[in-house]
Design a protein around this ligand. Structure first.
Ligand SMILES: [Zn+2]
Length: 277
């Protein structure tokens, strides 16, 4: 209770001081980090001073690295995300364990943080296991068009499930979204998309998060970064090979709020892309 109030007060002060909730950060707004958080989780702090970054013009992705001292990785990082996933660069891994996803029926809250629509998971009972490490789901959010490319092509949208391990490491599960059939699994979320920047609001009922994923969980893994400032590195990326579908109407509803909220692909450099087959 005490922690909850501290979180609330922090949020209220944040609003008064004109701070805003950042986009691709791991933690849900309902669990503000305490002052004793590790440096890793501070780097992904939930509520940060509002640096005016955007997806176009002088504050667009090409300039993120110059906007704030803390954003230097956006301009000079060596392991940045997103990337173009070229099938010719994929190495089949015989050592990596298959991705494990343990998603269940969960209460959710939704907000428009000014950079995306973010959905926070209230329950800590959703997790993924990547190479033996458990990462707990904090939130998921959307990009239009996709951030990752497959063989040089963007998908219509991309869904990012953001997780954090007990030690503060971040793992993001990326799911590409193609235009196709209406996706009923998202209908409750889509009926509540906040058009303007908003506070967190509870979604009625519960949603089985497993229904948001494709059937086939084969994936590509690489070491990358957050795709929004401060572009923090050492993010464990898993991008599913099988996309999900949404109807043109569903995609248009999101695009009406965020016509373009994607960061362009970054250099792969010396990194390796591993397929877990
Ligand atoms: Zn994202």
């Amino acid at each position: 209770m005490k922690k909850h109030w501290r979180g609330c007060l922090f949020s209220i002060f944040s609003i008064i001081l004109g701070l805003s909730i950042t986009g691709c950060t791991p933690s849900a707004t309902s669990s503000a980090p305490s002052a004793s958080s590790s440096s890793a989780s501070n780097a992904h702090a939930v509520v940060q001073k509002s640096a005016h970054w955007s997806y176009e013009g002088d504050e667009g992705p090409e300039h993120w690295g110059e906007l704030e001292k803390d954003f230097v990785a956006c301009g000079h990082g060596q392991e940045q995300s997103p990337i173009n996933i070229e099938h010719s660069h994929l190495k089949d891994s015989h050592t990596q364990q298959p991705l494990q996803v343990h998603y269940s029926t969960t209460k959710l809250s939704i907000l428009n943080n000014g950079h995306t629509i973010q959905v926070n998971a209230a329950s800590p009972s959703n997790d993924i296991v990547v190479n033996g490490t458990k990462f707990t789901l904090k939130q998921f959010h959307f990009h239009h068009p996709s951030e990752h490319q497959i063989d040089g092509k963007n998908a219509e949208m991309e869904l990012h499930f953001v997780h954090q391990s007990d030690s503060g490491s971040t793992a993001v599960l990326g799911v590409l979204i193609q235009k196709g059939k209406e996706n009923q699994a998202f209908s409750r979320i889509w009926s509540k998309l906040p058009k303007d920047t908003s506070q967190e609001a509870n979604l009625e009922g519960e949603i089985n998060l497993a229904t948001l994923l494709p059937k086939d969980l084969h994936s590509v893994r690489y070491n990358g970064s957050l795709t929004t400032p401060p572009c923090t590195e050492h993010v464990n990326w898993t991008v599913l090979e099988q996309p999900i579908e949404m109807s043109a109407d569903q995609i248009n509803q999101f695009a009406a709020i965020f016509p373009d909220n994607h960061r362009p692909v970054q250099q792969l450099g010396t990194r390796e892309l591993e397929a877990d087959k």
